[in-house]
Design a protein around this ligand. Sequence first.
Ligand SMILES: [Zn+2]
Length: 376
Amino acid sequence: MIQFQIDNRSTESRARAGRLTTPHGVIETPIFMPVGTAGTVKAVTPEEVRDCGAQIILGNTYHLYLRPGMDVIRLFSGLHRFMNWNGPILTDSGGFQIFSLAKISKTTETGFDFQSHIDGSRHLITPENAVDIQTTLGADIIMCLDACIPYPADENQAKEALELTTRWAGRCKTAWDVIPNRQNALFGIVQGGMFPHLRQESAEELLSLDFPGYALGGLSVGEPKDLMMEIADQSLPLLPDERPKYIMGVGTPEDLVELVALGADMFDCVMPTRNARNGQLFTGSGTINITNAKYREDTGPVDPECTCAACRNYSRAYLHHLYRSRELLAYRLNTLHNLHYYLDLMQSMRKAISADVFARFKATFYATRTPSGGDE
Ligand SMILES: [Zn+2]
């Protein structure tokens, strides 16, 4: 199980600094979770991920279930030993990936009937086996199976999906309640699209099931930024103050700063790792594209303020050369830097909350990090 304790609160915003104790260690919140889709944070080793400051990583149930498959995971008594990461792990339920990746997927009351995007094989994921698979993976935090909707979706679509999500959450909770010697914690996922009253309905129904933690799903799916912030602003206070609040699949550094201010504790996103592999690097002064010709003869580090292995030892010119030459090391060094940037940002926010200077932190963050800052 997990324990969540809030150490400090910002008096200028809803930001809070907490500690989440899991079977595999303590996580200091607010926290960013690097995404290790298929049992690896792409391009780097788990040891390097830890050196970047990661305290917890995310694994994708859909991918791991299809490949390598649970028979292999069982040989290692779970994902921790299989991938050699001994820190906390959170797994998603697979719902979002089935929704976005599976070849054909049919949603019924029972669950998702889908065809693997890898080999076309047929599978059925139900709320019960989503809990079972995540428990076999050995994740510290597991997620309820939820029904996703496209953006934009009309109110009826959003309402139907949220009601199914609630019924599935009840079935997940029942399945989780009877796991023998259970170690993991099950989080509920608030849905309801971009409709505040549906978000409220979803939150109220999930609260009655009393989950150890709660997430907001269905955000950052293509909606305008203002709308995402509006929904988060309205939904976060509906969740119990003493439980961890997780926003799924978000976001840019700016998103993280805004959402921490609104009271969110946990985040995951492919952005730092995926963008790294596209040559996009986050820095204190803005985001830069290392492929840009202006870095060809730039002897300085990516970010002079950064203490990551890439910035300590290599120049922009070298990273530019590696990327232009499609050298594999480019992906590794870029990923190390971006992960370090994200994790360092979370740590800086935690410090600012603890010292109750979050407003000042935010002002400095925006003053130095201009959207075009890096490449201008
Ligand atoms: Zn760096």
